[in-house]
Write a protein that binds this ligand. Structure first.
Ligand SMILES: NC(=O)c1ccc[n+]([C@@H]2O[C@H](COP(=O)([O-])OP(=O)(O)OC[C@H]3O[C@@H](n4cnc5c(N)ncnc54)[C@H](O)[C@@H]3O)[C@@H](O)[C@H]2O)c1
Length: 322
């Protein structure tokens, strides 16, 4: 990946994540080839990409015509999608065997100079790359949904991924406005989902034992932790919670912290009766017919939050800007 714009990219799998990646790539000036075996997924992806770039195109152009949407192409096969690609992003079903088969095709059809990235949320890359001839140019680029609006991307190589490939992927992603972090070695769930699952496991325990509702948990995160975590991570927040910094803060709360650690849920199974209860509660709050409208609202608010935070982050985290 040599230049910062005008590259040839491919998005393989155009569901929720693939469509959002494609929108981010095309908005940054790249060409995107889409491949998905489901025509309905492609139609929906094109509609979503159009919404994201509408400002740039000034209307509902068709793929292959004029301006930004003109850099979006639908490919009839995986080979056609990737054969001259600089950067390929896989976002297909979360299944290690299906990913293994797909990466074999990507490795076969994409030019040897192309970077091949997977959006997997949880799977260690070595599990689907081990037997691949070109495994040194493959890695995970795990996004947060929707990646065209949330900047963090977790980059995780397998033991065979070269440092140069990770750097090229990071440079490409910075060029589309993402903020990649690089894991030092692979681990299931990477960082974000391990943190997220720790919180969700505890939240399910609280609901299951009747302490609170799903709505209460959503409120605690939205109005409490999320407010703080949108500008400070948990360690920075702790550091600022004491005039003498982090160690002082921990020493004040050390005993209560360790007794809470011991009290946290260690339930490892997902209880489907509990999931059904939470689902019923959520459907009362947001009926299924309103999900699409609520997704649009979410995206508008995420976009405004991003605009606001981009100025404050530049000041607060200026040492991370490189
Ligand atoms: N949804 C999220 O919040 C989220 C967040 C981060 C990462 N991810 C990861 O992104 C990937 C995609 O997730 P999603 O939520 O977009 O799923 P999705 O079900 O919305 O979309 C998957 C798409 O892949 C297509 N597909 C299936 N097999 C294919 C194949 N062999 N070749 C080409 N296309 C194929 C399907 O037709 C479908 O359109 C998964 O690996 C997931 O773990 C998801």
């Amino acid at each position: 990946v040599k230049r910062s714009e005008g590259l040839k990219t491919a998005c393989i799998g155009c569901g929720v994540i693939g469509a959002s990646w494609a929108a981010a790539f095309v908005k940054a000036g790249h060409t995107v080839r889409l491949f998905d075996p489901a025509q309905s997924a492609l139609n929906q992806a094109l509609a979503e990409i159009n919404v994201v770039i509408k400002g740039a195109t000034g209307g509902d152009a068709k793929p292959g015509q004029g301006t930004a949407i003109g850099r979006v192409f639908v490919a009839a096969s995986i080979e056609e999608a990737v054969r001259d690609a600089d950067y390929v992003q896989e976002s297909i079903v979360e299944d290690v065997d299906v990913k293994r088969r797909l990466f074999k095709q990507l490795d076969e059809f994409a030019p040897s100079s192309a970077v091949l990235a997977s959006s997997t949320s949880e799977i260690q890359p070595s599990r689907f790359l081990e037997d691949l001839a070109g495994r040194d140019r493959c890695l995970v680029a795990h996004p947060i949904s929707p990646p065209h609006l949330i900047p963090l991307v977790e980059l995780c190589g397998s033991p065979w991924t070269t440092g140069m490939v990770i750097e090229r992927a990071a440079a490409f992603l910075r060029g589309i406005g993402s903020e990649p972090i690089i894991l030092r070695r692979e681990i299931p769930g990477f960082i974000l989902n391990r943190l997220q699952m720790a919180l969700i496991r505890e939240a399910m325990g609280l609901i299951d034992t009747g302490i609170c509702s799903a709505a209460d948990v959503d409120k605690v995160v939205r109005l409490g932790l999320g407010r703080r975590w949108a500008i400070l991570g948990p360690f920075e927040a702790g550091h600022l919670n004491s005039r003498l910094g982090y160690s002082d803060y921990i020493m004040k709360f050390r005993d209560s912290m360790s007794s809470l650690f011991r009290a946290l849920s260690v339930q490892n199974d997902i209880d489907l009766r509990l999931i059904n209860r939470i689902d019923q509660e959520l459907r009362l709050r947001v009926p299924l017919s309103k999900i699409s409208e609520q997704q649009t609202q979410r995206d508008i608010r995420l976009s405004k939050l991003g605009e606001h935070l981009s100025t404050s982050i530049a000041v607060d985290h200026r040492d991370e800007a490189t």
